[in-house]
Write a new protein. Structure first.
Length: 234
């Protein structure tokens, strides 16, 4: 019963974040679906657009891979590979160009030494540890007597690493999109109307990162609140 009550409290507290995440996902799916049906006037595929962004920023040595899935696109700095999904790699749509240019923007960030992306890469190992240990420690702490509350706060401290990672991710993603749009505009890769569509796709994707950050922040606030209430009642 306490565990069920704990879950109910958590869901009620997190409702704004849940709603924002749902809205963000719906916006991404609908915007991407809309502009995945509209061909760009130059017939540029996602891979071709990404190559143009890299060329315009003088970034050498980047390879491309075609991967399965939908919106599974990413840049791997360890291998210098831009992986583009089925709906992006060989597709000459506005959405494909926007998404691929965004991933190329990440490659440009690494090439130029953009410090937020270096920080995010450095945070990955400790964030993985925090993400795996935080919730179990918090739950165990609530099962222990109040004098062992340090276990709860240790879990919260570890979860703060996840929050930090999400916060650092925001400028990384926004900057990659800004670099992508600037390269598409300066290279005349998309016309004015097509550029507006690409911006809408990238803005919708950015909302998912905002939702993830808000969710992480609200989770920390929730855990701190119930930990404080528990101590007050003891």
């Amino acid at each position: 019963m306490p565990y069920m009550y704990f879950n109910f409290q958590y869901l009620a507290f997190m409702l704004p974040a849940i709603l924002l995440s749902f809205i963000a996902q719906m916006m991404v799916k609908s915007t991407y679906a809309k502009y995945s049906k509209i061909q760009n006037h130059r017939g540029l595929t996602g891979a071709m657009a990404a190559e143009q962004v890299l060329w315009g920023n003088q970034v050498p040595g980047i390879r491309f891979e075609h991967i399965r899935g939908n919106l599974t696109d990413h840049f791997d700095p360890r291998t210098n590979v831009i992986a583009l999904s089925d709906g992006v790699y060989n597709q000459a749509t506005i959405a494909a160009v926007g998404v691929a240019a965004h991933e190329a923007g990440h490659a440009v960030q690494h090439h130029t030494g953009y410090w937020p992306i270096r920080l995010r890469s450095a945070l990955v190992p400790v964030t993985n540890i925090g993400a795996n240990l935080a919730t179990p420690l918090i739950l165990i702490g609530f099962l222990l007597p109040v004098q062992y509350d340090f276990v709860i706060y240790l879990g919260i401290a570890l979860y703060c690493l996840v929050v930090l990672f999400q916060v650092v991710t925001l400028p990384v993603e926004f900057n990659a999109s800004a670099r992508a749009i600037r390269a598409l505009e300066q290279g005349n890769l998309l016309d004015e109307e097509e550029l507006k569509g690409a911006k809408k796709v990238l803005r919708a994707a950015a909302l998912t990162y905002l939702a993830a950050t808000f969710t992480a922040l609200l989770s920390v606030l929730y855990y701190l609140t119930i930990a404080g209430n528990r101590r007050d009642r003891s």
